[in-house]
Design a protein around this ligand. Structure first.
Ligand code: GDG
Length: 492
C-alpha cells in the first residue's frame, strides 16, 4: 500500500478541513481522513471554516508537520444555502430516512451546485496527472461531474459516510435525478454497509434506470461505476495503552458513557427516556450508576438541532429532579465537547458505553470504546442494531432504540454481565476492530479506486482492434480507399 502511495498523491476532499492538532473535538469524517493522510503523501482540500465575502478567494496552501492542506473560505450565502440548507436540511435528514425534517427551500440546490463548482475551479489547477482523488460525503455529490467538465481525467472516488435511506425516501428529493447523474460521474462509490449498497442500487434503478451489469458494475445514464461496501475503521493504537486501574470518582458507582454529537439521528431522547424507565423499574440500581452523556453542539442554526437540545435539557432535568438525591445525580448531561486526549481514559473507566442511533453510517464511538478497554476487565458495549457498526460488532449487546423495554432490559443485562462473558465478547469485538481498522479501510478503498479508474480509461479508449486499425491508417500512405470509415475495416 505504502508503495502505491509513494508513486501517487492521494488528494482527500471534504467539505471542512480542520487543524486536527488544535481541535478539541472532531467528527467521524475528520478522524477518518486525518488517520489516512497521516500515513500517505498527498493533501487535504476543502473549506477552511471561515466566512469571507471576497468574490474570488485565493486557495491557501499550508504545510505543517508533514500535512498539507489547501483551503478556501465560503460566503455567508454559501454557508447558509449549501451547508446549513441543502447539505444539512435536505440531504442529511433524507439519507437518514427523516423526510419529516427535510426542508426543500428554493435556492438551496442552486447554491449547492455553485459551491461544488467553486471547489472544482480551485482544486483543478492543483491536480497532477498521477493524482488519485477521493471525495468525502454528501456535501460534494456533484464535485466529480464539475471536475470532469474542467477536463480532469484522474480516477475520482466518492465515499459516503452517512447511511443510504430507502429509495422511496431519496426519490422525494426534488433533484434526485441530478444527484444520481452526479454520482455516475465517479469511478467508485464507497458505502459503509451492504444495506447501503442495496439501497443505493435500488435508488439508481428507480431514478435513472440504472442497472446492475454481469460484471458487478452499475450502468447509469451513459456511465459505468463501481459501488462497494468499505466499513470505516479507527486507529486502535490511539486508544490502546498499558492497563490502568479503573479510576472512579466513587468506587460504588458504575459509569455509563455516551458520546455523540448533539444530533437527532443519535437516539438521545430514546436513551434518556429508557434510562428514566430503568431507574423506575430497577430501583436497586439507583445510586449505583450514573449516565454521563457528552453531547457537543453541531449545526445549531438548523431548527431541528435547537429542538433536540431543548428536548434533552427537559428530559435530563425531569429525571434528575425525580430520582436525584443530595449526594447523587443520575444524569450528567454535558453540552460541550470532551478534550480528545481524555477520551481513552473516560471510555476505559466506564462500565458501559451506550450507543443508540436511530440510523448511523458506521459509528466510530462504538469502535473507540472497544479499543480502549482493559482486556482483563472490559466494559460492555450496548449498540443500536441500526448503527452501521452493528453489522460488524455482533457480539455487542444489540438493541432496538425504538423499543424502550428492549433498551431497559439490555441495560440490566449489561450491568449484570459476569466477567467471563465480558471477556469473551470483548475478545471477539476487539479482533474485529483491529482487523478492520482505518488503514485497512483506506487500503481497500484505494485499490478498488485505482482499478475502477483503469476500467473507465479502458472504456473511454477505442477497443484494441479499432486502435490498431487507426494506427495502421495513420502509418499507411494516403490512398483514397483508406479514407473509408474505420468501422468498415474492423467489422463486428
Ligand atoms: C459520520 C457518520 C460515521 C464526538 N464527541 C466528541 C468527540 N467525538 C468524536 C468521536 C468520534 C467522532 O467524533 C464521531 O464519530 P461517529 O462515527 O460516532 O459519528 P459522526 O460524527 O456522525 O460521523 C458516522 C463517521 O462519519 C465516519 O465515517 O461513522 O456514521 O455520521 O471519533 O470520538 N471527540 C471529542 N470530544 C467529544 O465530545 N474529543
Amino acid at each position: 500500500m505504502k508503495g502505491q502511495f509513494l508513486l501517487t498523491r492521494l488528494v482527500m476532499i471534504s467539505n471542512r478541513v480542520i487543524d486536527f492538532g488544535a481541535a478539541t473535538q472532531a467528527g467521524g469524517v475528520t478522524v477518518a481522513i486525518f488517520d489516512t493522510l497521516a500515513r500517505h503523501k498527498g493533501f487535504w482540500f476543502g473549506w477552511n471554516g471561515q466566512i469571507d465575502e471576497t468574490e474570488s478567494p485565493e486557495t491557501s496552501l499550508v504545510s505543517n508537520d508533514g500535512h498539507t492542506t489547501a483551503t478556501l473560505p465560503l460566503t455567508a450565502a454559501d454557508y447558509n444555502d449549501y451547508y446549513l440548507g441543502y447539505s444539512n436540511s435536505v440531504l442529511w435528514p433524507v439519507f437518514h430516512n427523516r423526510l419529516d425534517l427535510a426542508q426543500f427551500e428554493a435556492g438551496y440546490y442552486a447554491r449547492y451546485v455553485a459551491v461544488n463548482q467553486k471547489f472544482a475551479a480551485h482544486l483543478a489547477p492543483l491536480i497532477e496527472p498521477d493524482d488519485i482523488l477521493w471525495v468525502h460525503d454528501y456535501h460534494l455529490f456533484p464535485l466529480a461531474l464539475e471536475l470532469r467538465k474542467l477536463g480532469i481525467q484522474n480516477p475520482i472516488g466518492f465515499f459516503l459516510h452517512i447511511p443510504v435511506g430507502p429509495a422511496q425516501a431519496l426519490l422525494a428529493i426534488p433533484e434526485h435525478r441530478e444527484l444520481a447523474r452526479a454520482l455516475s460521474a465517479y469511478d467508485l462509490v464507497g458505502l459503509q454497509t451492504h444495506r447501503d449498497v442495496r439501497n443505493l442500487i435500488d435508488f439508481l434503478q428507480q431514478s435513472v434506470f440504472g442497472r446492475l451489469l454481469p460484471s458487478g458494475r452499475i450502468r447509469a445514464l451513459d456511465s459505468e461505476l463501481d459501488v462497494g461496501c468499505f466499513p470505516v475503521g479507527i486507529n486502535p493504537a490511539d486508544f490502546a495503552g498499558s492497563p490502568i486501574v479503573r479510576e472512579k470518582e466513587s468506587p460504588e458507582i458504575d459509569r455509563i458513557i455516551g458520546i455523540d454529537r448533539l444530533d437527532y439521528t443519535k437516539g438521545l431522547p430514546q436513551k434518556f427516556r429508557a434510562y428514566g424507565k430503568f431507574l423506575e423499574d430497577f430501583p436497586e440500581h439507583r445510586r449505583r450508576i450514573v449516565l454521563s452523556q457528552f453531547a457537543p453542539p453541531t449545526r445549531e442554526s438548523v431548527e431541528a438541532y435547537a429542538d433536540i437540545r431543548a428536548e434533552l435539557e427537559s428530559l435530563s432535568g425531569a429525571i434528575n429532579g425525580r430520582y436525584g438525591e443530595l449526594d447523587w445525580v443520575p444524569i450528567n448531561y454535558i453540552h460541550r465537547p470532551m478534550p480528545r486526549q481524555e477520551l481513552r481514559d473516560v471510555y476505559r473507566s466506564s462500565r458501559i458505553c451506550w450507543v443508540t442511533p436511530l440510523m448511523d453510517g458506521m459509528n466510530l464511538v462504538s469502535k473507540e470504546y472497544i479499543a480502549s478497554q482493559d482486556p482483563t476487565d472490559p466494559g460492555v458495549l450496548i449498540l443500536s442494531k441500526f448503527a452501521g457498526s452493528a453489522s460488524q460488532l455482533e457480539n455487542a449487546v444489540l438493541v432496538n432504540p425504538y423499543d424502550v423495554n428492549d433498551m431497559v432490559q439490555s441495560l440490566h443485562i449489561a450491568l449484570k454481565m459476569p466477567l467471563d462473558e465480558r471477556i469473551e465478547r470483548h475478545e471477539k469485538l476487539a479482533r474485529i476492530v483491529r482487523e478492520s481498522d482505518c488503514g485497512k479501510w483506506a487500503k481497500t478503498y484505494f485499490s478498488a479506486l485505482v482499478k475502477a479508474g483503469k476500467r473507465r480509461l479502458h472504456r473511454s479508449q477505442p477497443p484494441a482492434r479499432v486502435a490498431d486499425a487507426m494506427r495502421r491508417l495513420a502509418a499507411a500512405p494516403k490512398k483514397k480507399a483508406d479514407t473509408k470509415p474505420i468501422v468498415a475495416h474492423v467489422g463486428g
